[in-house]
Design a binder for this molecule. Structure first.
Ligand code: SAM
Length: 214
């Protein structure tokens, strides 16, 4: 595990300033991004670029999301300490760490075994304690521990998975990028056992959510 130096901390302060300029205001989100050593969630060859507002490869044809995207989704999720969250797409574990730093109780599912194994070691080594990391298919959610107060999907979903809607508490929210090539960030609130409200926000670009066949 690498070091977190004053150089990295300085770069993080600049990143936080940039995210504020781009419109992120939620203090717990900005504090998390200011505190978490993003460079330790990616290959050391990217270390000098880790605090740029960019996505980077993490292996298995996947990426660590751009910090603005992580901040935007975290802000929309509106978690507070103790909020029970299901994350689909652990990836590098960085978004998981942001949610843990905000005090959320995080269940996170990853479909690529290599990434799952790395996060399983990395998160506790860096002091983050998600409630459970799961190797599996996030399209199905995690019925064993449902319902969830929040669900965050960190890969592009061609459609909104029915199973995930069913695993939200009434009053709960899901933040999910919906679309094939480009996605619209969509916030879904469950307003009753049978009703959902949908708010469509800006355009984003994610790697696709992998289904059963790929
Ligand atoms: N939050 C992650 C991060 O900051 O590193 C984002 C990772 S990437 C944009 C999306 C992740 O979703 C990838 O790790 C990918 O393997 C995972 N994924 C794709 N389809 C999935 C599925 N059906 N179930 C669970 N994870 C999935």
């Amino acid at each position: 595990m690498g070091q977190d130096t004053t150089k990295h901390q300085g770069r993080r302060r600049q990143l936080v300033a940039l995210l504020k300029e781009k419109g992120i205001t939620h203090s717990a989100v900005l504090e998390a991004i200011g505190a978490i050593p993003r460079h330790l969630f990616m290959d050391s060859s990217f270390e000098d670029h880790a605090y740029q507002d960019k996505a980077f490869p993490i292996g298995a044809d996947q990426t660590i999301s751009q910090p603005y995207t992580v901040a935007f989704q975290s802000e929309q999720l509106r978690v507070s300490p103790g909020t029970k969250v299901l994350e689909i797409g652990t990836g590098s574990g960085y978004q998981t760490a942001v949610l843990c730093h905000m005090g959320a109780v995080v269940y996170s599912i990853e479909r690529q075994h290599e990434l799952f194994r790395t996060s399983l070691k990395r998160l506790p080594a860096l002091g983050f304690k998600p409630k459970k990391l799961i190797f599996g298919d996030g399209y199905k959610g995690f019925p064993e521990k449902a319902p969830f107060e929040r669900i965050i999907v960190t890969a592009g979903a061609p459609h909104i998975p029915e199973a995930l809607l069913g695993q939200l508490v009434v009053g709960g929210k899901m933040v999910i990028p919906v679309g094939e090539k480009n996605q619209k960030m969509t916030v879904i609130t469950r307003t009753s056992p049978t009703d959902f409200e949908q708010l469509v926000l800006g355009d984003f670009r994610f790697v696709p959510l992998l289904g059963d066949k790929n």
